[in-house]
Ligand binder design. Structure first.
Ligand code: ZN
Length: 137
């Protein structure tokens, strides 16, 4: 661990203690649960379950008292949506490239006189065409 990082974590834990103290002063109650990430006791304040160290809000997910990060679901959903979008863009790019290649191959085929070359080009066109079809599904 670098010195800078060490300093940061000391600072963080000081702040965490301060935050925990502030929470208690405001009337928060310490829960008999700990943060799964840092093992700091969690606090309940105004109906919210908070880890003063991570500054994460938790929610109880079932009657056994299982907790998970609040908003995590949303974050995951957002992440998935973003990933989907990037994938779509990538697919579009691939399709465009393939269509360009198909165009090139067609032009080459038109000019070609060599039976062997024609056969090769025709095969290439077929596989490019199939790839486009698959991507567009
Ligand atoms: Zn924590």
């Amino acid at each position: 661990m670098s010195d800078e990082k060490k300093q940061n974590s000391t600072k963080t834990s000081d702040e965490a203690i301060k935050r925990a103290a502030e929470l208690l002063l405001k009337g928060a109650t310490m829960l008999n649960k700990v943060c799964p990430k840092c093992k700091t006791p969690l606090y309940k304040y105004k109906g919210r379950i908070i880890c003063p160290t991570c500054e994460i809000e938790y929610v109880i997910v079932d009657n056994k008292g299982e907790i998970r990060e609040k908003e995590k679901e949303n974050v995951i959903k957002k992440e998935m949506a973003r990933k989907r979008k990037t994938e779509e863009i990538r697919y579009n790019e691939v399709t465009e490239t393939l269509e360009m290649k198909l165009q090139e191959l067609t032009e080459k085929l038109e000019k070609s006189q060599e039976p062997k070359e024609i056969e090769e080009i025709a095969r290439a066109i077929k596989s490019v065409g199939e790839a486009i079809k698959v991507l567009e599904q």
